[in-house]
Design a binder for this molecule. Structure first.
Ligand code: BTN
Length: 314
């Protein structure tokens, strides 16, 4: 049975996990948290559903035996260090975290273990088998409508930096590549009213998931190059970098992010074809404009492009 509603993680889940690192009776837990014995049982049940293995003995109470490597309580502990994230919802399985995120308040992160209808850019599908990292952030930055593409570029810079030890690079607009193969995709979507919109930034990273046959040679999973990679560490690094760069963006320091984008770019200097709807722009990618557009030069003429599908021409 697929669970269609999410788990909401809170401080009490974190405290409970810490509290029952050794045997603790139901009564002691109830007292510590000021809740009924029935609520204790519900909280323990929730942790078990999240994959925590908890022993229970009549006289001793409860004790955690095994904590899953990637679990939402550990994710929440990471997020609470950064003021931009307030709430975490976790789905063992859902259609798409971007779709789910549309129902939530700003400053929320939605994480899923698996997506059944993972969405990619330009109406494509995003393979989302177990082992990958799939999450969406609901953001409401105080920026103008024209600056929205910069949020996605900021996410690209954050992921590429977080995967810096694998020499990750950014293919415009926001694919992250390792050795020329795609390791991460980012899909930003708007939600809410035009006057007070939220931006949903969805990030998918191939960490321990198997790359489907049809994407072999095009996509890569981190475990192919790092046997010891852990989703929780990748999540932690990405969130940390994003919190830093997003802070710069809302402080009006886009120029700093742009500089990093240029440093990390795989696209600049290459001959490209950029498809924008039915129109194809051909030329050399020469710059990331101060407005956040890719500058493509052809026959001495420069064109600024804000979104599209980019192909390298050899
Ligand atoms: C792309 O490169 O086409 C973008 C892929 C974005 C995938 C992520 S996974 C988490 C979030 N939920 C989705 O359905 N899509 C994004």
């Amino acid at each position: 049975m697929i669970r269609v509603y999410p788990f909401r993680i809170d401080e009490e889940d974190v405290s409970l996990v810490e509290f029952i690192s050794d045997w603790m009776s139901g009564e002691e837990i109830a007292k510590k948290f000021g809740i009924s014995r029935n609520s204790v049982w519900k909280r323990i049940k929730k942790l078990r559903e999240l994959g925590f293995e908890i022993d229970s003995r009549k006289k001793l109470g409860y004790k955690i035996r095994r904590i899953p490597e990637f679990n939402p309580v550990s994710c929440f502990k990471i997020l609470r260090k950064f003021s931009i994230f307030k709430t975490l919802y976790y789905y063992p399985e859902t259609d798409s975290t971007n779709l789910r995120a549309k129902n939530f308040e700003p400053n929320t992160i939605v994480v899923a273990e698996k997506q059944t209808s993972g969405r990619g850019r330009l109406g494509r599908r995003w393979f989302s088998e177990k082992g990958g990292l799939y999450f969406s952030m609901v953001l409401q930055p105080n920026i103008s409508f024209d600056d929205i593409p910069k949020v996605t570029l900021t996410a690209g810079v954050s992921v590429a930096e977080a995967l810096g030890k694998y020499s990750a690079r950014i293919k415009w607009p926001n694919d992250v590549l390792i050795g020329g193969k795609k390791v991460c995709g980012i899909l930003s979507e708007l939600s809410g009213e035009l006057e007070r919109f939220s931006i949903i930034v969805g990030i998918g990273i191939n960490v321990e998931n198997q790359i489907p046959e049809e994407l072999e040679g095009i996509a890569i999973s981190l475990r192919e190059i790092d046997k010891g990679v852990r989703r929780i560490d990748v999540f932690s690094r990405v969130v940390e970098k994003f919190a830093d760069y997003y802070g710069l963006l809302v402080d009006g320091k886009w120029e700093k992010i742009r500089e990093r984008w240029i440093d990390l770019s795989d696209t600049l200097g290459k001959d490209v074809e950029v498809k924008v709807g039915e129109v194809v722009y051909k030329g050399k990618a020469v710059d990331m404009d101060i407005d956040g557009g890719l500058v493509v030069e052809s026959d001495g003429k420069r064109k600024k492009i804000f979104s599209g599908d980019c192909f390298y021409v050899s």
